[in-house]
Design a protein around this ligand. Sequence first.
Ligand SMILES: *Cc1c(COP(=O)(O)O)cnc(C)c1O
Length: 413
Amino acid sequence: MVYQTPQVFFKGILNKIKDDGLYKEERYICSPQDGKIKARFPYDSPEKEIVNLCSNNYLGLSSHPEVVQAAHDGLDQRGYGMSSVRFICGTQDIHRELEAKISAFLGTEDTILFASCFDANAAVFEALLNKDDAIISDKLIHASLIDGVRLCKAQRFIYPHSDMEKLESVLKSINAVNKVIVTDGVFSMDGDMAKLDEICALAEKYEAMVLVDDSHATGFIGKTGRGVHEHFNVMDKVDIITTTFGKALGGATGGCVSAKKEIVELLRQKGRPYLFSNALMPAVVTATLKVVDLLSASTDRRDKLEQLTSYWREALTSAGFDIKAGTSPIVPIMLYNATLSQNISKDLWAEGIYAVGFFYPVVPKGEARIRTQLSASLDKSDLEKALDVLIKVGKKYEILGKTKEEVIERYGA
Ligand SMILES: *Cc1c(COP(=O)(O)O)cnc(C)c1O
C-alpha cells in the first residue's frame, strides 16, 4: 500500500484548489460543436439548448457538412490510423499535400505537421536553438510556447506585454548567435494583436528571427484570413509561424510549423514530438485539406465573423459593459472580481447562454472577466438574445455603465 502517503498529499492539493475557488468543472455537450448546442450540467441533468459564446470554432467549420464529408472520405479511402511516426511508415502523400497547401495559404516556404500546436511549440525551440542563442518573448505568450522554451538551452528574455521599447532595449543588450522574438499573433485572454509590424521592424534592425503563434488568427485575421502577418502586411517578414487546426480550421486536432525551408527540414530531422509521436490521422488530413480549400475559395465566413464581431463589440459597449478594446472575435467583458465572474457565468448558463468566467491564475489577479468568443456559426439573432440576457444579468449585479473603480469598490478585485 505505497499509495497512502501520496493519496493524502494529492487530496490536500485538490482541496486547496477547491478552497481557492479555482476548481474547474466540465460541462457536457451532447450535440456537435456549433453556435447553438445541446448541453447538460450537472451530468445527470436534462439537456438544454444553449447559445455558445466560448468555442474556438471561429469560422463555424467544426461541423460543416463538406468538412465532415471530407473526413468520411479520408476514413474510407485511407483507413483509420497510421500506427507509425512519420519517418518510419506514417507518411501518406496526403500529409505532404496538406503541408504544401498550408505553406501556400500562409505564404511560407514549407510546413511540417504535428499532432497539435502544443507539440509544434514543444518541438520548435529545442530543435533549432542552443545555449549560444537567445529567445526574447512577450510576457503573455501561450503556455505551450512557455513549455517549448523551457525545453531548450537558449538564453531567455521576457519583455512586458507588447512593450516595444522594452523589446528594443533587450534586443540591444543581447549577445547571441541566433536571436528569435516569440509572440502570440492574437493573445487568447485579452483578444489583442501583437504589434507585428513593429516587431518585424525591430527584428530587421537587430537581426533577429520572428516566431508567431497564430493559433487564434489563422483562417480569419487579415483580409483573406491568412493571419496576423497578413493583417499587418508583413507576410514576407515572419520567419516561423506555428498554428493549430484545433480552432478555426475545423477544430479537430493537429498543428504545424510553417517556416523557411531549412527550418522545416531541420525540424523533420530533430523535432522530438515529430520523431517520437504518431502521424496525424488521415481523416483529419483530408478534412483539413478541405478546410484550406474552402478558405482559399471564399472569405464569406471570415467576413461574417468580422461583421458579427463589430456588432457585438458595439452592442456591449453601448449597453454599458466594460470590454477589452480590439478587433478580434475574442471579446472579454471585464468584471475584475473572480466570484462575480463565476456568478455571472452561472446566471448566463441558467438563461441559455454559455460564456465562461476566467480569473487568476488564467488571467492576472484582479482582472477577472467573462470571455465571449464569436463564431460564424452564430447568427445575429443569437447575439441579440445573448445581449438581452447579459443586460438582464448586468442589471441584477448593477455593473452596467460602471467604471472599473466602481466595480472594484463594490465587489473587490
Ligand atoms: C490553442 C493554442 C495552442 C494549442 O493548440 P493545440 O493544437 O490545441 O495543441 C497553442 N498556442 C496557442 C496560442 C493557442 O491558443
